[in-house]
Write a protein that binds this ligand. Structure first.
Ligand SMILES: Cc1cc2nc3c(=O)[nH]c(=O)nc-3n(C[C@H](O)[C@H](O)[C@H](O)COP(=O)(O)OP(=O)(O)OC[C@H]3O[C@@H](n4cnc5c(N)ncnc54)[C@H](O)[C@@H]3O)c2cc1C
Length: 398
């Protein structure tokens, strides 16, 4: 006897969205999350137009936007002190005409509150899956750290880029390599009416400032594995580099007092060739870790969850066996994942590589074109904001 029809391991964006949608279709769904709450270090706050539109389709957008967030309708690049407008989201179709910068715990807490209203949903916090239950070559659930066994018709591995379940299932991972890492830290700022989010390139350095109202969420790009070398040069040198690259931070950089305030994101770019085994499906970062370029990780994870629910929730709710449908989820999502990863690799090597080698000219042609011809700025906005092969909610509502 199964404890649930669908067991989702991992309460991140992919897992919580999948949990909500399967339960909404009347499928008995349980989500396991190893942490006791959704509060953690900065994990990316970008809720893109494609995700906002999905919440609109679910009738939840106004409610979601009551949570604290900042709106970014335009992105700029500042190259050697000269500002170029590069993306304009305000012309996108639908109501999501901006990126909502919402702390990830707010987003996840919102999803969990909505999901808990559904009778078919349950959430087990502080429950870490450590292995799979397998019978006759089929995954039938998981074993948790506390020794509890949880049996399910379908197990969804949404346990992030270090996925324990994909390893236990022996799903082959293709590492595409990423030549960069990112250092994240916060600096205080005054709240302005206009959102000033921008990327800065100067003197072989690259810094992104995400305007979060009363603070900057700052990202300093470094070469892969260089964090120790950066630390050895000292905090004074680091502060001076950031200030020289992104002068907009001003004296706020002096508020960075300790390396403990600087968090390393080891950038990974990888994907599974096969996302499933009988009884198991991987989605989100567990199936494909994305680079932070474009801030698309959360949104691809959410789109995977929507595609999985679109393909599987109806048949599972009707009591059908889903194993024969799992490949359809991978087939649907493989193209956007591969295409965006290829774009991210090209940006790693060509744009970021050139910026770090201080080979970016004062006014690159592409940036001049985007800055000078306003309608052109809708193209990057579409690619970043809506992605490729957008999903729409097609899963049933019980
Ligand atoms: C520092 C940083 C900055 C980022 N910035 C951005 C950004 O700006 N924009 C963006 O879109 N993306 C960003 N990302 C990437 C983004 O966070 C991920 O792509 C996205 O969260 C993937 O969602 P997910 O649900 O697949 O996985 P995750 O968010 O990793 O969620 C996995 C969940 O599973 C839980 N879990 C793991 N193992 C187990 C287990 N064995 N049992 C139970 N639970 C388990 C984890 O606690 C976690 O809650 C960033 C990532 C990092 C680390």
């Amino acid at each position: 006897m199964s404890d649930c029809q669908v067991l989702v391991v991992g309460g991140g964006p992919a897992g919580m969205m999948a949990g909500y949608l399967f339960a909404r279709a009347g499928v008995r769904t349980m989500v396991l999350e190893k942490h006791g709450d959704f509060l953690r270090d900065f994990r990316g706050d970008t809720v893109h137009p494609s995700t906002l539109d999905l919440f609109d389709e679910l009738g939840l957008l106004d409610h979601l936007l009551q949570r604290p967030h900042d709106r970014v309708a335009e992105l700029s690049a500042v190259v050697r002190g000269r500002t170029f407008k590069v993306a304009d989201f305000s012309h996108l179709p639908g109501r999501g005409r901006f990126i909502a910068m919402m702390p990830q715990w707010e987003f996840l807490d919102f999803l969990s509150c909505e999901a808990k209203r559904l009778p078919a949903f349950s959430l087990a916090m502080e429950t870490e899956a450590t292995g799979l239950i397998e019978e006759h070559g089929r995954v039938c659930g998981v074993i948790a750290k506390n020794g509890r066994t949880i049996r399910a018709g379908l197990t969804i591995a949404a346990d992030g880029r270090g996925s324990v379940l994909r390893k236990a299932a022996d799903l082959p991972l293709r590492d595409l390599g990423a030549p960069i890492d990112v250092l994240w830290f916060r600096l205080p700022k005054q709240r302005e009416t206009k959102n000033e989010t921008a990327g800065f390139i100067d003197g072989g350095h690259m810094v992104v400032l995400i305007d979060r109202g009363d603070y900057w969420q700052c990202a300093r790009v470094i070469g892969k594995g260089e964090f120790d070398a950066v630390k050895r040069k000292g905090l004074d040198c680091f502060r001076a580099d950031v200030r020289a690259t992104a002068p907009m931070v001003g004296d706020a950089i002096d508020e960075l007092h300790d390396w403990d305030e600087v968090k390393l994101l080891t950038v990974a770019l990888d994907r599974l060739d096969r996302w499933h085994r009988p009884g198991l499906l991987a989605i989100g970062d567990a199936a494909h870790a994305m680079s932070p370029v474009g801030g698309v990780g959360i949104n691809l994870a959410v789109q995977d969850a929507v595609a999985a629910a679109n393909i599987l929730a109806g048949p599972i709710a009707a009591g059908e066996e889903a194993d024969g449908l799992l490949e359809r989820v991978r087939a649907r999502r493989a193209f956007p994942v591969k295409a965006i990863q290829s774009l991210q690799r090209a940006i790693h090597h060509n744009v970021i590589g050139a910026a770090r080698a201080d080979r970016i000219s004062r006014a690159p042609l592409l940036l001049r074109a985007l800055n000078g011809i306003a309608p052109l700025r809708r193209i990057p906005a579409r690619i970043i904001g809506l992605g490729l092969r957008r999903e729409h909610i097609r899963s049933p509502k019980a």
